[in-house]
Design a protein around this ligand. Structure first.
Ligand SMILES: Cc1cc2nc3c(=O)[nH]c(=O)nc-3n(C[C@H](O)[C@H](O)[C@H](O)COP(=O)(O)OP(=O)(O)OC[C@H]3O[C@@H](n4cnc5c(N)ncnc54)[C@H](O)[C@@H]3O)c2cc1C
Length: 502
């Protein structure tokens, strides 16, 4: 049967044995007719690679040679039309669809919990258009952010989205799907602020576009409904993003403070004076010790690193205003050195020899709150980890690295060195640490996540976070994806209703 012929395979759930292998063969042939046979694979190694991301769970399972939940097939489309074909066929078979960009996510978002079709978007990597008059770029969703950035820099332009995973293959589609943020987000915004228009494919294989003009009074915002949906509503195929000119001047400032409270207060005053640094990172003592073990900053204690982008004149003005705020809070200026060293080595904490790895049990439990709650939230989370898991010698580190006009984000981590040997116990401890961290966030004015997304890892906290409003989200999901085939098991949306079994 030709794909899209209209004959429904509704309810087909491959059984074990010959029926299953026949049906999977037929599915592979139908998909091959759309993307080309060479771009469909059932190779177990390819399937495992597609499922893996950079979550602790994936790293841990791989470190123990334990299986990851994989799809039945992986497909590699080259165009939106091919994605339409894939989703149409998946809808006919009612097979789960798990999109994947660079696989740099940390929340288990690419785990194919219910099998089905993994969709590798990295062949969709073209720059469609650069509008140098409006400073707007349109790209296919699978383009690697660092590749795009290099191309834009040759035109004197920047997307200004530099996540820690800049060199881990993070794609623009993945950054939008998981509401990502880069190190200069305080000035330039998060991925969600940069997006002007999206094209996506939704079940049963329909291409839709949001409006070309993002700021409008023409009904609710479909653009922001796609952003953060992590493949549960559809596959983002194209994105139109706002650009900035590369800054004429960049200025670096560093300060140290007596304690974290005065550092937070200095940050609050800078932001509420509406001075907008490109980078403002306030490290607690534990995290600044970690940072100085990797970068020769020549500084220690509670550390504030600031980078200002603009012209010579504008950054000089901002520098004076920031120095006045920091002086007023007893901050000690350390000159440009530590901030400059940090900027040059900003990806170093994520390099292979510095990044934490199993058997250490670790998690980045980033959260975000208004200024009024920030200090209490930080303390509550630190207590929840250090006191709640004292028997394991749990450690807690934090820095405040994305600031908003009304509050800030805490990039905090737990570490338990040499976790339990037994895999089930290690996974259970990991979940308990997350339970404690997220419960402390929700009880103290925070949210479950600032910019890493929800995925599988945080799905169980969506209802506690949203309360009754989560039912509205479920209703949108059900209306948009009635068979529940789009990235099932993520964002707390549960299993597919199609009954497809691995
Ligand atoms: C070392 C390291 C540092 C990191 N630092 C940062 C950071 O500073 N800021 C930050 O925001 N994140 C960071 N991350 C997390 C991760 O890089 C981001 O979430 C990134 O945006 C994911 O992009 P990706 O293309 O790799 O997505 P993937 O990992 O492939 O996918 C992430 C999720 O999005 C879905 N998805 C992917 N592409 C699409 C699409 N086109 N349409 C629909 N759904 C899709 C997937 O199904 C999955 O649920 C870091 C990760 C690592 C490993």
């Amino acid at each position: 049967m030709k794909p899209g012929s209209g004959t429904s395979r509704s309810g087909t759930s491959p059984q074990r044995g010959p029926t299953r292998s026949y049906l999977l063969g037929q599915l592979a042939r139908d998909l091959g007719a759309v993307v080309g046979r060479d771009h469909v694979s059932a190779d177990p190694v390819a399937l495992a690679e597609q499922s893996a991301d950079w979550s602790w769970m994936a790293q841990f399972l791989r470190s123990r040679d334990l299986p990851l939940p994989t799809a039945d097939l992986v497909v590699r489309p080259d165009s939106t039309s091919e994605v339409e074909g894939i989703v149409r066929i998946a809808s006919e078979y009612r097979a789960p669809v798990v999109p994947r960009g660079g696989g740099s996510g940390t929340q288990g978002g690419t785990f194919a919990l219910h099998g089905g079709i993994a969709v590798d978007l990295t062949r969709m990597n073209r720059i469609v258009d650069v509008d140098e008059t409006s400073l707007v770029v349109t790209v296919q969703a699978g383009i690697d952010g660092s590749v795009l950035e290099s191309e834009l820099n040759t035109l004197g332009l920047t997307l200004a989205h530099y996540p820690g995973s800049h060199h881990f293959g993070a794609t623009i589609g993945g950054s939008l799907a998981a509401r990502g943020s880069g190190v200069v987000s305080t000035k330039y915004g998060k991925a969600e602020d940069m997006a002007l228009q999206l094209e996506a494919v939704v079940p049963p294989g329909r291409r839709v576009s949001t409006l070309p003009i993002p700021n409008h009074a023409a009904g609710p915002d479909l653009l922001q409904t796609f952003i953060g949906s992590e493949g549960t509503l559809g596959i983002i195929t194209e994105a139109t993003m706002r650009l900035d000119p590369l800054p004429e001047a960049r200025r670096f400032l560093s300060f140290t403070f007596a304690d974290i409270d005065t550092g937070i207060e200095a940050g609050r005053r800078i932001m509420t004076s509406r001075i907008v640094p490109a980078v403002m990172r306030l490290y607690d003592e534990a995290d600044s010790a970690r940072l100085t073990s990797m970068l020769d900053l020549g500084a220690s204690g509670v550390l504030l690193i600031i980078v200002l982008d603009g012209t010579d004149a504008s950054t000089a003005l901002e520098q004076r205003a920031i120095e006045a705020v920091c002086d007023g809070k007893g901050g000690v200026g350390l000159g440009s050195g530590p901030a400059e060293t940090w900027w040059d080595g900003k990806y170093e904490p994520f390099s292979k020899h510095n990044a934490p790895a199993p058997p250490t049990v670790f998690g980045t439990t980033d959260t975000c709150a208004r200024f009024v709650d920030l200090q209490g939230l930080y303390r509550a989370k630190k207590r929840a980890i250090e006191e709640g898991f004292a028997e394991y010698g749990a450690r807690y580190t934090a820095h405040f690295s994305h600031w908003y006009p009304w509050g800030a984000m805490i990039y905090d981590r737990f570490y338990v060195d040499g976790g339990p040997d037994d895999p089930d116990e290690a996974l259970a401890l990991h979940d308990r640490l997350w339970d404690a961290a997220v419960t402390a966030s929700l009880a103290n004015g925070g949210i479950i996540n600032d910019h890493h997304g929800v995925g599988l890892k945080l799905g169980r906290f969506m209802r506690p976070q949203y309360g009754e409003a989560f039912d509205l989200m479920v209703a949108i999901k059900n209306a948009w994806d009635p068979d529940g085939i789009m990235n099932p098991g993520k964002l707390g949306f549960g299993a597919p209703r199609s009954g497809w079994q691995r």
